[in-house]
Design a protein around this ligand. Structure first.
Ligand code: GAR
Length: 206
């Protein structure tokens, strides 16, 4: 996490109300004053700041992350608004065990300033994506996506808010699928074992 941690909060809330069978072993941020850390502490979840300034290279930073995560026998690493490029040091330590949420319908608009790019491009729909993390930027195999309309009077803020509501649903859903061992990866494809397609929610797949 790098910032406000609304996705973290949605995950915590889903766990607490029994909608997600997972346990958060630790919340880590590269920003000391990230509100995400505060949210974790409020729920008695270990909150750790790992300072980029204390690590000379990206590899060294990721090695520190790996050390902290392994110490706590973490099964799955969930990135949410973690604004750093991840190196193979982290990826190789958790192969197919790192998820990320991104506020666009990948492969459209990877990287930063995503909602601005979507508005500037004039797309009529945008959305969000939960994907496994590979060595590229926002390129890993896609687990789940949700779609939202882009309206004529949208601003970056209003579009972000609409997308964020869906992020809060699909991240927990993806984690639950992972926890149930229902995701299989074949090349770029992620299949959901015995997944039902809920036609009521046809803008979220699966
Ligand atoms: C979310 O919109 C997430 O998709 C985005 O940062 C925001 C974090 O919000 N991530 C990226 O853009 C990653 N490239 P949050 O801190 O409230 O969960």
């Amino acid at each position: 996490m790098s910032g406000r941690g609304s996705n973290l909060q949605a995950i915590i809330d889903n766990i607490e109300k029994g909608a997600l069978s997972a346990e958060i072993a630790v919340v880590i941020s590269d920003q000391e004053d990230a509100y995400a850390l505060e949210r974790a502490r409020k729920h008695k979840i270990p909150a750790v700041h790992i300072d980029a300034k204390k690590h000379k290279t990206r590899d060294a930073y990721d090695a520190a992350l790996v050390g902290e995560l392994k110490k706590r026998t973490v099964d799955l690493v969930c990135l949410a608004g973690f604004m750093r490029i991840i190196t193979p040091v982290l990826i190789k330590a958790f192969p197919n065990r790192i998820l990320n949420i991104h506020p666009s319908l990948l492969p459209a608009f990877p990287g930063l300033h995503v909602q601005k790019k979507a508005l500037n491009h004039g797309v009529k729909f945008s959305g969000c994506t939960v994907h496994f993390v590979d060595e590229g930027v926002d390129t890993g195999p896609i687990i789940i996506q949700a779609v939202v309309p882009v309206l004529d009077n949208d601003t970056e803020n209003s579009l972000s808010e609409r997308i964020l509501k869906q992020e809060h649903k699909i991240y927990s859903r993806a984690i639950q699928l992972f926890a149930e061992g229902r995701l299989t990866i074949e090349g770029r494809h992620v299949f959901t074992i015995s997944g039902k397609t809920d036609t009521e929610e046809f803008l979220i797949n699966p």
